[in-house]
Design a protein. Structure first.
Length: 91
């Protein structure tokens, strides 16, 4: 099936003071579509969708959203392969 992919950059905001907490936040920096290649959790998408990502999320049509990791890219053909841990009902 078709999936929606969100590419985000994660930043740390330092409060400056010695005991002040560092705040982490995620800023969306791109999005695109992809498709499920197999039941092992491989997703095919375009390289330009995931380039420079710190964090990738894959959202399935019915709403399930899971983190993804890049396992292969070919910038020359604009192809990327992601991997997700699929919920049991998605396998």
């Amino acid at each position: 099936g078709v999936v929606f992919i969100t590419n985000a950059e994660v930043y740390a905001l330092d409060g400056g003071a010695e005991n002040e907490k560092i705040e982490m936040f995620s800023v969306p920096s791109g999005s695109g579509s992809g498709w499920v290649y197999d039941r092992s959790g491989h997703i095919i998408t375009n390289y330009h969708v995931i380039v420079d990502a710190n964090e990738l999320m894959v959202k399935f049509i019915e709403g399930t959203e899971v983190p993804a990791k890049v396992i292969g890219v070919d910038p020359g053909t604009d192809v990327a392969v992601l991997e997700v841990s699929l919920p049991a009902d998605k396998k």
